[in-house]
Design a protein around this ligand. Structure first.
Ligand code: ADE
Length: 253
């Protein structure tokens, strides 16, 4: 069945954007997923189609009205729609690969993108939306975050990527950063490729890549490294996972 994304936004023309190109674009042409984006302003109030107002309690910026958002959701979310409703916000829980896997395994997503200071808290609670952030920085709106989240989900849909990459996805469970990659020429600008990669010794190459992945994770992402160590200690990791790395999953063409 076609994986279906619905986006509610003040800027529907931002979609599908980059998702209409490359791997995701081809998969959409093949009918593996589809997307419809709807303008929240169509549900705005009065002659000016107002969607926001000043915050109770004072402060900077504008807040998107709960009645407007409720009407937008009701208009595009059929009763009993099984798709998770996600609100993109820097106040949300951090998006992870595990979320992408969970969403990709389901029927699709409905995404709510806010602008300004965001949505009135009551519609977030009333709608049961899951609040998700794509990183510890503030974007000018939820739209780029929605594109990031969708990209991470779409590449996991069956048939979107080649078989090889899909198999490599398994190694995400290892929770390590990726080892570095090299290609021809064997020496470039006075910089040789690490000799082990030219040795033909597959055991040595595997061990080298493993050490590189571990060193990078320990130095760059102590949070991932700590989680990796605690999994290793508790024996929750299979030997196959141990050879893998987070970014072994290739980004595609
Ligand atoms: N909207 C603004 N910043 C965001 C972020 N970091 N993640 C998700 N939605 C956002």
């Amino acid at each position: 069945m076609t994986w279906h994304a619905t986006v509610l936004t003040l800027f529907p023309e931002m979609f599908p954007g980059p998702l209409g190109l490359s791997l995701a674009g081809r998969a959409r042409d093949e009918g593996l997923w589809n997307l419809d984006a709807h303008d929240i302003r169509a549900h705005g109030l009065g002659r000016h189609r107002n969607v926001d107002d000043t915050p109770f309690g004072g402060g900077a910026g504008m807040v998107m009205r709960p009645d407007v958002i409720a009407d937008a959701i009701a208009s595009h979310r059929p009763a009993g729609d099984p798709r998770p409703l996600v609100y993109l916000t820097p106040r949300g829980r951090l998006f992870t690969q595990a979320d992408a896997e969970r969403f990709a395994a389901g029927p699709g997503l409905m995404l709510l993108c806010g602008r300004y200071e965001g949505l009135d808290q009551r519609i977030i609670e009333a709608s049961g939306a899951e609040e998700i952030s794509v990183g510890d920085y503030v974007l000018s709106g939820g739209e780029p975050a929605a594109l990031v989240l969708l990209d991470a989900c779409l590449r996991l849909l069956p048939g979107v990527m080649g078989g090889a990459e899909s198999a490599e996805e398994e190694s995400f469970a290892g929770g390590l950063l990726e080892y570095p990659h090299y290609t021809r020429p064997a020496e470039w600008d006075g910089r040789p490729v690490p000799p082990v990669l030219l040795s033909g010794d597959h055991g040595a190459i595997r061990a080298w890549r493993r050490t590189q992945a571990e060193d990078a994770t320990r130095l760059r992402r102590p949070d991932l490294w700590a989680a990796h160590l605690s999994r290793r200690i508790s024996g929750r990791q299979s030997p196959q996972d141990m050879t893998g790395s987070v970014a072994t999953a290739s980004a595609g063409p």
